[in-house]
Ligand binder design. Structure first.
Ligand SMILES: [Zn+2]
Length: 294
């Protein structure tokens, strides 16, 4: 076993490796949720619900969230501790979300992350291919996600059709890189959607059928149940949620503070959003069909 594998925080305890977890979801037409974490409470609430529901889960960690929590080692140590102390038995993939650089990917691998997303979508296509391969060369047994096209941003809430991923581009990218998951830009948006979401499920289906690659849907928050299910039917294997968890937590906290202006215990304030957030997580697990799949 390599040093990195020994450090690896995922202990499945059965024969399924990470890639098989993805392929099982794809073959059985459910999606594995990625919930992004911000702190200890976020990670704890997500793990508790996923364990209860027996759902595998990706814990998404953005560069900003990593810095907020202190660093990659803090994240890995914290998740390891939670898994042990809370007796978590489900597959938990600690995932670097939207890494803009090769170096950041390497640091996450060194710290013991299970899954890496390199996002070279801001570069021209050839550079994206080259850097994606550079990251891949460094990986051991981590899952690997890459992005092509440009997924809509928080600033505008609208996905520009100009940057949508085509079947030929997806096929070309997959043939030139050795990735496990592809995030194509097909109309989803990070943050809040403005107007009706315009998701290209026909292209999604084509890419999925022609390449058999597990596809990732970014910007799951704000998409209605019917669209999420339609995406899963057409090849989406992992769906990322971030904003919706923040909003539901925030609503709980606002209510609490409005009625308890004199409570200053941080545990009471922070956990006043717990029930809201947990029910949002539970809802998504049910929609995605990942309940009972761990
Ligand atoms: Zn994303």
């Amino acid at each position: 076993m390599t040093k990195s594998a020994q450090k690896h925080i995922l202990k499945l305890g059965d024969s399924m490796n990470l890639k098989e977890i993805l392929l099982k979801a794809k073959n059985e037409h459910y999606a594995i949720p990625q919930f992004n974490i911000n702190n200890l409470e976020w990670a704890k609430y997500i793990l508790e619900v996923c364990e209860e529901e027996k759902s595998p889960v990706f814990l998404g960690v953005s560069q900003g969230a990593m810095k907020y929590m202190g660093g990659f080692d803090v994240v890995v140590g914290m998740i390891n501790g939670l898994k042990k102390d809370l007796n978590i038995t489900i597959p938990v993939m600690v995932h670097l979300d939207h890494s803009p650089t090769v170096e950041l990917c390497k640091s996450a691998v060194d710290a013991g992350f299970d899954s890496i997303m390199f996002d070279g979508s801001k570069y021209d296509y050839e550079k994206n291919v080259r850097l994606t391969n550079e990251v891949k060369a460094y990986l051991k047994d981590q899952l690997f996600e890459a992005e092509i096209g440009k997924i809509g941003g928080e600033e505008d809430g609208i996905a520009s059709t100009e940057y949508f991923t085509s079947l030929s581009e997806a096929e070309d990218f997959i043939s030139k890189t050795n990735i496990d998951m592809l995030a194509p830009a097909l109309g989803s948006v990070h943050g809040i959607y403005k107007g009706e979401p315009n998701i290209q499920t026909d292209v999604m289906k084509e890419i999925s059928e022609k390449t058999n690659m597990p596809l990732v849907l970014h910007g799951g928050s704000g998409l209605p149940e019917n669209i999420l299910k339609e995406c899963i039917k057409n090849g989406i294997t992992k769906i990322n949620f971030n904003t919706e968890l923040q909003i539901s937590w925030h609503n709980g906290v606002l209510d609490f503070i409005a009625n308890n202006k004199d409570v200053y215990d941080p545990r009471k304030v922070i956990s006043s959003g717990e029930e809201n957030m947990k029910s949002t997580i539970r809802e998504y697990i049910n929609i995605l069909g990942s309940k009972g799949k761990a």
